[in-house]
Design a protein around this ligand. Structure first.
Ligand code: NAD
Ligand code: UDP
Length: 319
């Protein structure tokens, strides 16, 4: 059945893939985004559809629309962008959550929250399971994002308990793919753009820190499956790819896949940079019948092809 769906942050990396998927499934989509890190280029092809509408809107202000489902993705996700205006980042997560939850309560919509592996901070449990409470610095440069997202989770669960709002909270682990911004600042896009440009790859710290990278199509599939679960499935649910790699390994892989002659250059480690991160996805596997399908090499190859075309000034080839 066709639905009216609000996607906040719909002009961002994950948001534009989600909007495309929802349109392809026959839904009406309202994309609300203030274009802080998102761009019109990400949604320009979607504007051809009469079922797609773009609203330039900041989620820290209330929004009055009539919708069946809400996906709340609005929030800068890259450390350089969320640290640019940390007060606005916290407001986006916290005031934003209050506004979209108020909307969900009024129109009785189901609501998805894009939470994050950052709620685990620099974890002492490895891999991280959903029942781990995390190890987050409340006053550091990453706190605006980490604590903002933690507070948003609190609000989601309180609106659920207090007002019976139907919630779906996903803790998303590092996800990459086409349509990341060239200047996004996260590691995969940085390394690819540097390797393609023959620039040194900027490794922060000694490169022994780990992450687990999920390709965007796998993530969108998981998000859609979580939203389709019965109301008693609220999450929080880890979504990500459990294959863990060091930052040095990813740098070397990207150099090899781009046939680049770039070298590595080492910069100081950012404050509070988590040392290890890997999701335990047992809950998602059992509940959604889902696990990532795209391996790191395939995903990187597709992402490299996207940036290669983009940097050459050609049409990016995506719909
Ligand atoms: P992104 O920065 O590409 O997209 C975020 C979008 O939100 C952008 O379009 C931006 O303009 C918009 N936005 C920011 N502040 C806003 C505001 N106040 N009002 C309206 N729109 C606003 O990042 P992404 O990777 O697409 O992430 C999407 C969501 O998923 C974020 O909430 C992020 O925290 C979460 N997440 C992503 C990852 C990942 O690896 N991609 C991991 C964990 C969590
Ligand atoms: N990183 C790096 N070089 C870069 C960008 C990031 O070495 O140009 C490192 C960063 O210090 C972190 C890891 O890569 O250890 C992932 O960083 P990213 O910003 O992509 O995501 P997050 O820290 O939020 O997981």
């Amino acid at each position: 059945m066709s639905k009216r769906i609000l996607v906040t942050g719909g002009a961002g990396f994950l948001g534009c893939h989600l909007c495309r998927e929802l349109l392809d499934e026959g839904h009406e989509v309202i994309c609300a985004d203030n274009l802080f890190t998102g761009s019109k280029a990400n949604i320009v092809q979607l504007l051809d559809s009469r079922r797609f509408e773009f609203l330039r809107h900041d989620v820290t202000f209330p929004l009055y629309v009539e919708v069946d489902d809400i996906y709340n993705l609005a929030c800068p996700a890259s450390p350089i962008h969320y640290q640019h205006d940390p007060v606005q980042t916290t407001k986006t997560s916290v005031h934003g959550a209050i506004n979209v939850l108020g909307l969900a309560k009024r129109v009785r919509a189901r609501i998805f929250q894009a939470s994050t592996s950052e709620v685990y901070g620099d974890p002492h449990q490895h891999p991280q399971r959903e029942d781990y409470w995390g190890r987050v610095n409340p006053i550091g440069p990453r706190s605006c994002y980490d604590e903002g997202k933690r507070c948003a989770e609190t609000l989601f669960f309180d609106y659920h308990r207090q007002n019976r709002v139907r919630i779906k909270v996903a803790r998303i682990f590092n996800t990459y793919g086409p349509r990341m911004h060239v200047n996004d600042g996260r590691v995969v896009s940085n390394f690819i753009v540097q390797a393609l440009g023959g620039q040194p790859l900027t490794v922060y710290g000694n490169g022994q820190q780990t992450r687990s990278f999920c390709y965007v199509t796998d993530m969108i599939d998981a998000i859609r499956r979580l939203m389709a679960t019965p109301d008693d499935i609220t999450g929080p649910m880890n979504l990500g790819n459990p294959v863990e790699v060091t930052i040095l390994e990813i740098a070397e892989k990207i150099i090899a896949l781009t046939n680049s002659r770039s070298k590595l250059i080492f910069h100081p480690s950012p404050i509070d940079d988590p040392v290890q991160r890997c999701p335990d996805i047992t809950f998602a596997k059992q509940t959604l019948g889902w696990q990532p399908q795209v391996g790191l090499e395939d995903g990187l190859t597709q992402t490299i092809a996207y940036f290669d075309k983009l940097l050459a000034g050609a049409n990016d080839g995506l719909r």
